[in-house]
Design a binder for this molecule. Structure first.
Ligand code: NAP
Ligand code: ZN
Length: 361
């Protein structure tokens, strides 16, 4: 495997290849971006694979507001360590390492102290966050190289396929964290709504945790896959009768849908004190019926990604249980086509970009 060509400039800053969007309506296109030279506590990573998350699409197309252009998305990063700063102790040159959605936080607030960096008021996202070192905004993993503080770099168990491991860094932790938080264990009845990147990871985790798992999907073509991934049953949601027969029976439902939909239909499937957690981030607000919640003392909550300790725990869990994402590996030149296919729910079940294609671009 070739190593990234580093072009040193002043203060160690160098140029990396990337795919970047110039505006909400521009396709992603080749670009050259600055990366900082590694500091004492930094790890420099040659990126090998980067997953495509629906959040990349929401951000690039400005669907949530707040996107600063040019935007280089990507927060499901796996690569090889090419250099380390003098204070780095956990990684050495040649190691396989991973980076998820967080590249910095204040490390001093109560959330950071407890390992919940995802709730830090000063969190720095892997892309579209202020870049304290270089100015401008942070640039993500659709790139051949990245420099990240050691604290935010994860270790990948050696038995995992790297293309399939990349999506664990967002789709994996985003589903693992709420399943653990809400006590999903053997014997619990768990619903997973939407079988995309997040949904298919939720099915694998809930099954591995011993739950009885039911998938809710709009796509009849995913039924057999859902069962293969670990679901005990599949409900085609276009058929309302199939859904209603599960009324009042779920301990926990994880809703991963990326677009507007009726969440009341799912709240009504919860048993007494059941919880529905939203991880899907539809840009449009939901209308929630008070009665669905108060009759049955049900709760509705949300969950964002996960902290660094839990992300490492999730990766180790995946190593032990041999869990990776089901991926379609693509060259970066197909990224715009992949976005269109993702919008049609036509991905089984995560695109993973082989970054060797960027080096050849
Ligand atoms: P994805 O791969 O595109 O999967 C979304 C799935 O939702 C689709 O495969 C489809 O499943 C279902 N779906 C899409 N449009 C629908 C509609 N109009 N009505 C009903 N179902 C629909 O996306 P993803 O990467 O898993 O991300 C899912 C959502 O989670 C996105 O909004 C993303 O931004 C968000 N997200 C949140 C976090 C967090 O921290 N909470 C982290 C990552 C991503 P079926 O074909 O099975 O129906
Ligand atoms: Zn993501």
């Amino acid at each position: 495997m070739s190593t990234t060509q580093i072009r040193p400039e002043e203060s160690g800053q160098y140029s990396a290849k990337a795919y970047s969007a110039a505006s909400a309506t521009s396709p992603l296109a080749p670009a050259t971006i600055p990366r900082r030279g590694p500091g004492d506590d930094d790890v420099q990573i040659e990126i090998l694979f980067c997953g495509i998350c629906h959040s990349d699409l929401h951000t690039v197309r400005g669907e949530w507001g707040g996107t600063i252009y040019p935007c280089v998305p990507g927060h499901e990063i796996v690569g090889r360590v090419v250099s380390v700063g003098s204070e780095v102790t956990k990684f050495k040159v040649g190691d396989i390492a991973a980076v998820g959605c967080i590249v910095d936080s204040d490390r001093a607030c109560a959330n950071c102290q407890e390992g919940f960096e995802q709730f830090c008021p000063n969190i720095i996202g892997t892309y579209n966050s202020p870049d304290k070192q270089l100015g401008g905004m942070t640039y993500g993993g659709y790139s051949d190289s990245i420099v990240v503080k050691e604290h935010f770099v994860l270790s990948v168990p050696s038995n995992l396929d790297l293309a399939g491991a990349a999506p664990l860094l967002c789709a994996g932790i985003t589903t693992y964290s709420p399943l653990r938080h809400w006590g999903v264990t053997k014997g619990k009845k768990v619903g997973v709504v939407g079988l995309g990147g997040l949904g298919h990871m939720a099915v694998k985790f809930a099954h591995a945790l011993g739950a009885h798992v039911i998938v809710f999907t709009t796509s009849p073509s995913k039924k057999q896959d859902a069962l293969r991934l670990g679901a005990d049953d599949v409900v085609l949601t276009r058929d309302a009768d199939q859904t209603i027969k599960h009324a009042g029976s779920f301990d926990f439902i994880l809703d991963t849908i990326s677009a507007d939909h009726d969440i009341n239909a799912y709240i009504n499937l919860l048993r007494r004190d059941g919880n529905l957690t939203l991880v899907g981030a539809s840009p449009k607000p939901f209308a929630v019926s008070a009665f669905g919640l108060l009759l049955g003392r049900r709760s509705l909550s949300g969950s964002p990604i996960g902290g660094i300790p839990e992300t490492q725990e999730m990766l180790d869990f995946c190593g032990k249980n041999n869990i990776t994402a089901d991926v379609e590996v693509i060259p970066i030149q197909k990224v715009n086509e992949a976005y269109e296919r993702m919008l049609k729910s036509d991905v089984k079940y995560r695109f993973s970009i082989d970054m060797a294609s960027l080096r050849e671009d």
